[in-house]
Design a protein around this ligand. Structure first.
Ligand code: IPE
Ligand code: IPE
Ligand code: MG
Length: 234
């Protein structure tokens, strides 16, 4: 359970973002193909997202596939897309019935027609729901910024400000992540939420994504609440 402290100067943990890393290594350790790690990781994703919502964290964002992940062998890319497809039809469709608003962050255009259609349907169907779940697919922070700037420029804007850029991102209207958790031991952001992460607290754990538990979320939240967020002040 997460104990959300209240009081002056405490910024509640209202948006948590995950870099779901370590699926491949998790499978390899078991002598299994990397794809198996992605399948089990998809189950972890649902368990963790639902736990966060139950613990009153209103927004959860997960990094599922980056603009750089296309470099992987076609077989692995195909299998990630298949897992995503079946997860949209089953797990996410159930979550959408459970008051979860699902949005996909990233450029959908290179995805298959059927996957794109399912994503749009799920976004529309769940649009009035309370809890926000963002799934970053074919997402890159730099591509997101370039795309936002191009859109503003082509709509005739000559001089941009921060609010205009924020409103042209995939996350328009949503709060920035308070905490970014990366599993799998690497200490980098790998092109995740470049604009939105400037004041996020970062938490790195060696736990591989498929092994992540509710207890690990409690620990990350406790760690978050023990930090002082100064946002440049004193
Ligand atoms: C993260 O796990 C999932 C995706 C990038 C799709 P990895 O597949 O990167 O797993 P490792 O880092 O190789 O163990
Ligand atoms: C980051 O993991 C992307 C996702 C979790 C979707 P990667 O495994 O692709 O990142 P790098 O290659 O270690 O930076
Ligand atoms: Mg990785």
């Amino acid at each position: 359970m997460i104990n959300h402290p209240t009081g002056d100067g405490v910024k509640p943990l209202s948006h948590i973002a995950f870099i779901m890393d370590g699926n491949g290594r998790w499978a390899k350790k078991r002598g299994m193909p990397r794809e198996y790690g992605h399948t089990i990781g998809a189950g972890t994703f649902r368990k963790i997202a639902e736990y966060c919502f139950r613990q009153n964290i209103g927004t959860v964002t997960v990094y599922a596939f980056s603009t750089e992940n296309w470099k992987r062998p076609k077989q692995e890319v195909d299998s990630i897309m298949r897992i995503l497809d079946s997860y949209i039809k089953l797990g996410m469709a159930e979550m959408a019935k459970d008051n979860v608003r699902i949005r996909f962050l990233g450029d959908k255009s290179p995805l298959s027609d059927s996957l794109r259609r399912e994503m749009l349907e799920l976004e529309e169907k769940s649009a009035a729901n309370k809890y926000a779940l963002n799934i970053a697919v074919n997402y890159g922070g730099r591509a997101e910024l370039v795309n936002a700037v191009n859109r503003l420029v082509s709509s005739g804007e000559k001089e941009l400000n921060e609010d205009m850029i924020s409103s042209a991102l995939y996350t328009a209207g949503q709060p920035d992540p308070d905490l970014i958790v990366r599993t799998g031991g690497e200490m980098r952001l790998s092109n995740f939420l470049t604009w939105q992460s400037v004041y996020s607290e970062l938490y790195f754990t060696d736990v591989l994504w498929p092994d992540l538990t509710e207890r690990d979320i409690d620990l990350a939240a406790e760690n978050y609440y023990n930090r002082q967020r100064r946002f440049g002040g004193v």
